[in-house]
Design a protein around this ligand. Sequence first.
Ligand code: GLA
Length: 353
Amino acid sequence: MSITARFYANTPDGKEVTLFTLENSKGMKAEIINYGGTIVSLYVPDKDGKLADVTLGYDNLKGYLEDDGTYFGALIGRHANRIEKAEFELNGVVYKLAKNDGENNLHGGIKGFDKQVWDAEIIDWEGKEGLQLTYFSKDGEENFPGNLKVKVVYVLSEDNGLEIHYYAVSDKDTVVNLTNHAYFNLSGHAAGSISGHELMINADQFTPINNEGIPTGEIRDVKGTPMDFTKLSPIGPGFDSDDEQIINGKGYDHNWVLKVSGKEPEKAAELYDPASGRVMEVFTTKPGIQFYSGNFLKGSGVGKGGAVYNKRSALCLETQYFPNAMKHKHFPSPILKAGQEYKHTTIYKFSAR
Ligand code: GLA
């Protein structure tokens, strides 16, 4: 595995953004910029060994700066997904956040971690090279409490796993929920609809949402619903069903309750594209996963190589704490106590068959 770095662009306020290329001996390649810690491309072999870039994105920084809420490939924080009414209570204090998704807070607010320039360094990671990104989120940034030191290490393994190791520590009690928002189309980023992709999610239950995408607190069995991905199943049929949950999410945009221990990365999901034979397995230590079927992609903006990304031309599998967990005390807690370490790993592992 090797990592190389080259100049990418300057932000309008003069910060330098670097593009890092992570490559392994199998030909797999990931390109990541330190603006948002964004995965800008991910080249993966198909069943004949042919490489394609399987993540959506833009050709230049301008595209990412002008992005209208897709969060293509970016690191999300301080709190991924939605917080109802944009407020939460911690230690008797109510913290009011930006309402950037109707009445609610989404993906860390107006200027979340996806819009920050992170410090970057190529480090030694257990004898391999790793890309270490660090960001210091000040006490009160986006109204979250506590100075938070965040570290994310990307590693590309020889078995075609893109590992994302997340760390954070705060000087006050706070909430932390970090994820990556890559959009995948295993036929290639410009290949169109993902309705032929097949998905397995290692979960018997999901968290139903209201019509604003907010978990209601209920934990419901997937059995007998379009949310049943206990076995590898095509995702197309569920899109257009008249199920109340699909209508609320305008497609799939829900959190599944993973059957993982949280102690070490365990299999959370598998995505298979019969057309190319590419397989993506997701391993994680986090308790939940948001399967979002690209419902809000509008074909606006120009994607990589002039690609047009229409509705449902890619999907996201965002590992996370359940959205809105501060309101529902029976959900795993996203609270990070002062001085304690938030530590999670997610691996997107590729193969073909
Ligand atoms: C998440 C949300 C979606 C949408 C996307 C970004 O996955 O759950 O509703 O906001 O991010 O477009």
